[in-house]
Structures are given as C-alpha cells and as structure tokens.
Ligand binder design. Structure first.
Ligand code: HEM
Length: 510
C-alpha cells in the first residue's frame, strides 16, 4: 500500500513538473534526440557507470550531435541539456549564455564565488580584476618559476628512467601544483618532494568527489549526500584547503602591513611593472583596491580558483603530449632536433627561447585539439535563444559545449580529423573558418584567462623533459591515436599517463 502511495506521489510530482515545463518540452521535441533515450530517464542511465564509461557516453553524444548538424537534445531525468558541436552556434552560446550551469554548485562548495563558476554579476567584477593580473608582462616573469620547478621534475623523473613503465601523473600533477602555488601565493609547498602533502591529497580527493556528485543523481541533493560516508571526507578536504589558504592570506596581509608601516615615501600609483616579482595574491590585493578591496574570503576564493583551474589542466596537457610523442617517435625526433638547435649546450631555458620552439608549440596545440583537458563546458540558458543554425534552445535548459566534438568534426578538420598531425597548425595550413572550431581554452568573454600562462608552463616543462629523456611507448600503427580516457572534472588518461623514459646521451649528468 505504502509503495503504491509513494508511486502515486511520484507520478503526480512528475506531471506537475511536466506541466511547468510544457514550453521547454515542446521546443525540445522539435530538436533531434539521441538513439538511446529511455522514457522518464532520458540518457541518465548512460551516466551511471565509472568515469571512463561516462566519458565514452559524452564522446558518443558528441558524434551523434555532429550527425545532426551540431545540436543534440538529451534529458538527464527531468533536466534538459543540449550537446552542441556546431562552431557557429557555439560562438553565440559562449557569448550570450554566460551563466554556468547549476551542476557547478558542487565545486562552488570549495571555491565559493571564485571567478570560474561564479554567478554573472560577481564574475564580471572579478574578471575585471583578474585580467590585468594575467597580462603577458606579468606572466612571462613566471617563466623562471616554471624553469626551476621543471628542473626539479626532471630530477624526480630520473628515479624512473630506464626502469620500465611507470605512471607519470603523480610527477606531473605535483609539478603543476608547485608552479601554481608559487606563482599564485608565493609559497613553495614542495608537493614534488612530498606527494603526500595534505593540500594535494585534499585537492585530489575533493575533485574526485565533486565529479561523482555531478554525474550520480543520488549524490546531488545535499540532504541525501550528508548520509553517505563520503560526506565527512568531503568536509575534511574543504577544511584542509581553506585553512591552508587562509593562513597564507593572513601572513600576506601582515607582511604588506609591515611594509606599509615602514614606508617613508608613499606612492599610491599602481604599476604592473613594479610588481613583476609578485604573486597573483599580491596583484589581486592591489588591483582590487588594497585594504578597501577584496576581503580575505574573496581572496581565498580567487586563489583557490586559480589553483583548481590551473593545476590539473596543465598536467593533463603535458601527460597527453608525452604519450602522443611516445606513440609517434618520428614526431618526437623532430621536437628533439628543434630543442638541439635552440639549446646548443646544457643551459637553462629563458623566456625568449619559448618563442623559438615553434614545432613544439604545434605539437602542444595538436595534442590540445585531440585531447582537450576540458572536453566540455556547461552553460545555462536563461532565456530562449535562437541559434544561427535556426534551432531554438529553451530557457531553463543547459548547453554542453563539446570541445571534444568540435575538435574532431571532419566538417572543419577534414576527413583526417582524428589523425595526430601537428603540421596542421603550420601558418600556411591553419586557416579556421570559424573561431570556435578550435577552442581548448574556450571562447568569448568567459574564456580561460590563464591560457598564456598554461602554454608557457607546458612548453617549459616539455622542453626540459624532452631534452633529457626519450619517451618510449608502444608505437601507434594507426595515424589516429587511441588513448583510453575518463572524465574526472578534467578529461584524463585512464592509465595515469603510463610511459617509459630513456635518458638521452647528450645530457648524461642529471
Ligand atoms: C592546458 C591548460 C588549461 C586549459 C585547457 C584550460 C581551459 C579552460 C577553459 C575551457 C575555461 C573556460 C570555461 C568556460 O568557457 O566556461 C577556463 C577558464 C578559466 N581558466 Fe583555464 N585552462 C588551462 C589552464 C589554466 C591556468 C594555468 C590557469 C591559471 C593559473 C587557468 C585559469 C582559468 C580561470 C581563472 C578561468 C575562469 C575564467 C572566467 O570564468 O572568467 N586556466 N580554462
């Protein structure tokens, strides 16, 4: 009897919801849907497996979207999403739908209103402050940090070279965390020397839990999540990350106060050049108006945003590139030849070298095309929007902008779209008809502020590793690389970036 009552309540609730959404449902019905839709569930059953299975479903829906001129409908329970891969439609979505989807609320528990997922009015103010902090003048001064941290990384890797396969992920993610922490807050957390650092562990664990909440409907309501044993760990991770950042901010405030008190001549003019040795934290304090600017909580949100946005993304990009070079040794040799030409001896890299590494840059860009660390961006549709292709997305739906899909669509990349071919980025060949056909760092007003920082960090690390070591993997027989991938907030390799390293003869002293 109780079960029937429950069922009746459920059905009534579904009908009410359905009625409320009649408009949305009507518009959704006019758009193509996926082959595997179940009544009531939509495509939710395709997201119940592990993170590899979920990524596989996202890829499949991206391909199905390509078959339907770049827009595909998909219901996740009673929530409506569209998977968009049409670059002209994408450009409009990324310009007009600036609000992030509600699914991001789980990550907001960690970074609060930090720029990346903040509601639009808060994001606008914060973006204005963040952009000058990422000016090329500031970012290029961080190259020295990337060089020192890459040097540490290469030394760590010497423990594994010549000893068979190993997982590169722990080495790469601790390298990027060390670099981001040093440039963002000026703290050498030495995660590379201490991979068990509580901050690193808390960050890895919490991102994993957030990912589970995004895709597993039963973990989404807060009241239900609190009943799972995972909740306690979730709260402990947040506390570790917040306590650590709060301590750094308080110390920085004291330091700035001491400096101010000891100043004899006061110069309130702000000059980015004068801050070239400063961290993002210093810059954000000054750019937001010093004592009258960001509160400590706002600073914590921004600093944690940079840490979360900048750490795994770059590590993932380095990992995929290393694996691709291992699979295609002839491409790796070309990279090595370029490195030998630019670095005639065993000197350290300086920022001017980065511009000379043109082939390496093409390799990185091609790696970001085939294996974008952020394979999709989810935005919210607040008002009905008519796309340039004529399709209408109804208010209340979510749009998954599939970077994975648009990067592999033969309409824009040719019949060999899946081939690993760095030379497609040669200036004479690279001629994109639509800006959004290539967007590993997104596009529009909410794109990645850290893209120059990321490219500099990635190129510095790869050039340092590849000068010392040859990457060995089973050679890929097909021109189309296959790497098993999973979704773990970012898209990551299932095997943890397994590679073998062999020391290069030219630099045997490490
Ligand atoms: C390969 C490395 C990276 C990739 C692929 C990447 C990708 C992205 C993407 C796709 C977005 C946009 C999401 C959207 O349009 O909704 C984004 C936003 C952002 N990224 Fe990156 N990112 C990388 C590295 C970094 C680094 C190193 C930093 C900072 C140190 C950073 C900081 C940010 C911030 C703050 C935002 C939010 C921008 C805003 O909403 O105004 N990213 N990133």
């Amino acid at each position: 009897m109780f079960v029937w009552l429950l069922l009746l309540v459920f059905v009534l609730w579904m009908i009410t919801e359905w009625a409320k959404r009649r408009h949305m449902v009507k518009l959704a019905a006019a758009l193509p849907g996926p082959k595997s839709e179940l009544p009531g569930l939509g495509i939710a059953h395709k997201f119940m497996g592990d993170t590899e299975a979920i990524m596989h479903s996202l890829q499949q829906y991206s391909y199905e979207s390509m078959e339907n001129n770049g827009v595909l409908r998909g219901w996740l329970g009673n929530t409506l999403f569209f998977i968009v891969v049409n670059p002209v439609d994408l450009e409009m979505v990324l310009k007009t739908c600036l609000e992030k989807d509600d699914l991001h609320r789980f990550i907001r528990k960690i970074i609060g209103n930090g720029g990346i997922f903040a509601p639009v009015p808060i994001w606008r103010r914060r973006r204005k402050i963040l952009v000058p902090a990422f000016s090329p003048k500031v970012v290029e001064n961080f190259v020295q940090v990337f060089v020192e941290q890459s040097d540490k990384l290469v030394k760590q890797l010497s423990r594994c070279s010549g000893k068979g396969k190993f997982q590169a992920w722990p080495f790469l993610s601790t390298y990027t965390l060390d670099s981001v922490c040093e440039t963002a807050i000026g703290v050498k957390i030495n995660a590379q020397g201490n991979p068990d650092s509580p901050f690193l562990r808390a960050m890895c664990d919490i991102l994993n839990m957030v990912c589970k909440r995004i895709f597993h409907l039963w973990l989404q309501p807060d009241w239900l999540f609190k009943m799972f044993p995972m909740y306690k760990k979730h709260q402990a991770c947040i506390k570790t990350m917040h306590d650590f950042t709060n301590r750094v901010i308080e110390k920085k405030r004291e330091e700035l106060k001491r400096e101010k008190d000891s100043q004899t001549e006061v110069d309130h003019e702000y000059d980015l050049g004068a801050y070239k040795k400063q961290t993002f934290l210093d810059l954000l304090i000054h750019l937001s108006g010093a004592e009258n600017g960001y509160t400590n909580e706002e600073l914590r949100e921004e600093v944690l945003t940079l840490t979360v946005a900048g750490t795994d993304t770059s590590a993932v990009a380095i990992g995929f590139t290393l694996q691709l070079l291992g699979k295609y040794p002839e491409i790796q040799e070309k990279v090595y030849q370029e490195l030998c030409e630019v670095f005639e001896d065993d000197r350290m890299l300086v920022k001017e070298d980065l511009m000379k590494l043109k082939y390496l840059e093409r390799v990185v860009k091609e790696s970001l095309r085939l294996f974008p660390p952020v394979p999709l961006i989810i935005r919210k549709v607040l008002e009905d929007i008519t796309l340039p292709s004529g399709r209408v997305l109804p208010a209340g739906s979510g749009v998954a902008c599939s970077i994975w899909g648009v990067h592999r669509d033969p309409k824009y990349w040719g019949p060999d779209a899946e081939k690993f071919d760095p030379d497609r980025f040669l200036p004479e060949r690279f001629n994109l008809e639509h800006a959004c056909s290539y967007m590993p760092f997104s596009n529009g007003p909410r794109n990645c502020v850290g893209y120059q920082y990321a490219l500099m960090s990635i190129k510095t690390t790869l050039s340092t590793i590849l000068r010392k070591y040859k990457v060995i993997m089973d050679v890929e027989q097909s021109p189309n690389p296959s790497i098993r991938v999973k979704i773990d907030i970012m898209m990551k390799a299932v095997d943890g970036y397994e590679v073998r390293l062999e020391r290069r003869e030219r630099n045997p002293q490490v």
